[in-house]
Design a protein around this ligand. Structure first.
Ligand SMILES: [Zn+2]
Length: 70
């Protein structure tokens, strides 16, 4: 069995985590897709990098940068 690259594993674990109970919403036009609270630029930047989990301060849900957005 070939070793799974760390990046793939992290992505998988993150998806698994999301399905594990915490609600996740996509970021829509710079705002939370759940409560529509506008997110600060640095939060959007972090979300775009996808290297950490972002939590909306408005509703407490996980913020996911939409995959189709460059
Ligand atoms: Zn929210």
């Amino acid at each position: 069995m070939a070793p799974i690259p760390a990046s793939t594993r992290v992505r998988y674990e993150r998806v698994h985590q999301m399905r594990g109970g915490l609600a996740a919403v996509a970021i829509v036009k710079g705002a939370c897709g759940g409560c529509y609270r506008g997110q600060p630029p640095q939060v959007l930047q972090e979300a775009r990098k996808r290297d950490r989990v972002i939590i909306c301060e408005g509703c407490g849900r996980l913020l996911i940068w939409p995959p189709e957005t460059p």
